[in-house]
Design a protein around this ligand. Structure first.
Ligand SMILES: C[S@@+](CC[C@H](N)C(=O)[O-])C[C@H]1O[C@@H](n2cnc3c(N)ncnc32)[C@H](O)[C@@H]1O
Length: 233
């Protein structure tokens, strides 16, 4: 499979990008080919360059060299952050995604991008609630997922178990509002009916602290927050 795709020319790659649309993440496949059509309307959150700008904020606070790291990218979507961390030198990277709201499979998109980019990253099509790793991870990315989850407290408990106790780094990124909101049923949040839980920064940090997670950095970016934290021993 890798060999076949590596042999694809630019037009074939562009055609496959169209076949796998709609895309949520905008990934640079080289040679001027990107997954999203930022001028058109075929994608999820059309016209939005996701998650490049967010990733640049997160990456500022990560070690530049991730060699020696095992990375878990929860809700990896088409693999943007998985690829970035691999390119930063991580020893092992796993992206997991359950395809919530996917037009085509996000994991099929990720596998296609992996083949074009020639990066050694593993992907699993599965809910992270159902995943138990054999070894914990030194870096856990949990970005853009918490607000989708009605079971947000259980989700935080589960995410903690993925990281190496005490020293593992968990990067949580989620939607925030001045006053905590839950949005059951089909009440949309900025046009998204799959958003359930939008806490205030205070509620978010309290949810994290009451689990014994140690917060190292909190950054707010408008209606998003990024929290760097470590699990208890
Ligand atoms: C808003 S996107 C965020 C993608 C990426 N992490 C980013 O920040 O660009 C949310 C992703 O989480 C995935 N997701 C939602 N619930 C999940 C679950 N229980 N297990 C694994 N993935 C999940 C969705 O399929 C989707 O790809």
């Amino acid at each position: 499979m890798v060999g076949i795709l590596a042999a694809m020319n630019r037009d074939q790659i562009r055609r496959r990008v169209e076949e796998l649309a709609p895309w949520y993440q905008n990934i640079d496949l080289g040679d001027g080919v990107w997954t999203k059509d930022l001028e058109g309307s075929r994608d999820i959150f059309s016209g939005h360059d996701i998650p490049g700008p967010l990733w640049r904020v997160i990456a500022r606070d990560l070690p530049a060299d991730l060699s020696g790291h095992r990375v878990l990218d929860i809700g990896c979507n088409a693999g943007y952050m998985s690829f970035q961390t691999k390119q930063m030198g991580a020893d092992y990277v796993l992206g997991i995604d359950s395809n919530l709201g996917a037009g085509t499979s996000f994991i099929h998109q990720a596998e296609f991008c992996r083949s074009v980019l020639g990066l050694d990253v593993d992907f699993r099509e599965q809910s992270f609630f159902d995943y138990t790793p054999e070894q914990p991870f030194t870096l856990v990315l949990f970005c853009g997922v918490l607000y989708h989850l009605e079971d947000f407290a259980t989700a935080l408990d589960k995410v903690m178990t993925f990281a190496v106790p005490d020293t593992g780094l968990i990067v949580l990124e989620t939607a925030v509002e001045p006053i905590t909101q839950t949005r059951p049923g089909l009440r949309d949040y900025n046009g998204d009916t799959s958003t359930f839980f939008v806490p205030s920064v205070g509620v978010l940090t309290e949810l994290v602290r009451e689990r014994g997670l140690r917060i190292e950095i909190v950054r707010t970016l408008g209606t998003r927050a990024v929290v760097f934290m470590r699990p208890p021993l």
